[in-house]
Unconditional design. Structure first.
Lengths: 94, 331
């Protein structure tokens, strides 16, 4: 079946003002059908107010194996964090 | 989506929109919104985006001259953050249906404004401390309040930005503290920076509420959640103690704790100066915009190269498709 039904990733906004969050995927003939299926499969308990469906094949993802070259250089930059700066107690809520 | 409405339909849509705002619900890009709300947001968010990016200039100016490798790394990281903030905010503006190109053009033509504070020069190393402590400090007061703004993408951008801002103010304060505890000359340099940046920082909150052109409508639409004067007061109240702790003096003889109000009273801003700078005649206005235009023009070859690559790719794809058709026909 998945030979001719494309895979879609489903994202749901659970409440106005929040980001869409990835909830899972499903097979559908086209985007419109994917949207309807997503409603049936992922929002049966009113989990969302808005659904995004995206062709899985359109998602470009970094691999965990790439982690080192992607993120490693950031480990030696503690000065990007507020806690790196020691301030007097009275103004430390800054 | 339907775009033409009768007067009655429009009123109904507007009522529903305002009810949603009154109920503290966010407005999202695909929702119907009044044209004025959209316009007001485009103005405010793009102005905010321009401020982040133009704000990189006075600080960037000191990266090569920071007094130690560590301070250089910190300043570089901060300026990099500000560029990122510009990106988040331009992207949020684009969800309202304007293009980045239009926004940049408005900046270059002087139609769009940015925070007037960035038209003051950073003359000494202490100014980098004062900018982090006072200018980022004022920006944070404003941005914390805007985390509750009614437009979803703007509110979420603010949450992200506030998280990243947390080190900006502290690193600036740390510079000021270090100078204030240094030699007499270093302490004087810190005091001088405070003297020059204090009043322009207060101006960052904009005109008094009574004079503010967009305030009332922005409050009703909850684009703004607190008024200019409320935010300014909050900023003054928090800054006084911060100055005291490092032995620096805020340059305002009228500054005084008011027991009855539970706030500090403070002197009047020089509104002539405010208007002069806002209207393009501050110390660095021309330089800031000219520099942005130059950087934009110097980068034209990159955009040209991207466009050339795109058209080459689509030409090749077109040729490959035509080839495919040909071979089908011959079968
Ligand atoms: Fe920023
Ligand atoms: Fe900042
Ligand atoms: Fe900012």
């Amino acid at each position: 079946m998945s030979d001719h039904m494309k895979l879609f990733e489903v994202f749901i906004r659970s409440r106005r003002g929040l980001d869409h969050k990835h909830v899972g995927s499903l097979h559908a003939e086209d985007a419109q059908q994917a949207l309807e299926y997503a409603r049936d499969v992922y929002t049966r308990r009113s989990e969302g107010v808005s659904i995004w469906v995206v062709n899985s094949s359109d998602i470009v993802a970094s691999q965990e194996g790439d982690c080192e070259s992607f993120y490693d250089p950031l480990d030696d930059k503690p000065y990007r964090h507020a806690t790196h700066y020691q301030l007097p107690e009275e103004v430390n809520n800054m | 989506m339907k775009t033409e409405f009768t007067q009655a339909e429009l009123e109904q849509l507007e009522a529903r929109f305002q009810a949603r705002i009154d109920a503290e619900e966010k407005i999202e890009p695909k929702d119907w919104m009044p044209a004025g709300y959209r316009k007001n947001l485009v103005r405010q968010i793009s102005q905010h985006a321009h401020s982040e990016v133009i704000g990189m200039q006075p600080e960037g100016n000191w990266i090569t001259r920071a007094p130690s490798l560590h301070r250089k790394c910190v300043l570089l990281a901060k300026v990099q953050d500000e560029g990122g903030h510009g990106l988040y905010l331009y992207s949020a503006t684009e969800t309202l249906g304007v293009s980045r190109e239009e926004l940049i053009e408005a900046l270059h033509e002087g139609v769009a404004k940015y925070a007037s504070i960035f038209n003051y020069p950073a003359l000494t190393w202490a100014d980098i401390g004062a900018i982090g402590w006072l200018v980022d400090g004022a920006a944070i007061v404003n941005q914390v309040s805007l985390q509750r703004t009614s437009y979803g993408p703007y509110a979420r951008g603010m949450v992200r930005i506030c998280k990243e801002e947390s080190f900006h103010q502290r690193q600036g304060y740390h510079i000021m503290m270090t100078l204030a505890r240094g030699t007499a000359e270093q302490k004087a340099m810190a005091q001088d920076a405070l003297d020059r940046f204090w009043w322009p920082s207060l101006m960052m909150f904009g005109p008094h509420d009574a004079e503010s052109a967009h305030s009332a409508q922005s409050m009703k639409w909850k684009i703004k959640r607190q008024t200019n004067d409320e935010l300014r007061q909050k900023y003054v109240d928090q800054s006084v103690r911060q100055a005291e702790v490092i032995g620096l003096t805020i340059p305002d003889p009228a500054l005084k704790w008011n027991e009855a109000r539970g706030h500090y009273d403070f002197g009047e801003i020089d509104w002539d100066e405010f208007n002069r700078v806002i209207n393009g005649n501050g110390m660095c206005n021309r330089q800031r915009v000219a520099h942005h235009i130059k950087a934009h023009e110097d980068g034209a070859w990159v955009r040209d190269a991207i466009a050339a690559y795109e058209s080459k790719k689509s030409r090749r794809a077109g040729a490959a498709a035509a080839q495919g058709e040909m071979s089908c026909q011959t079968i």
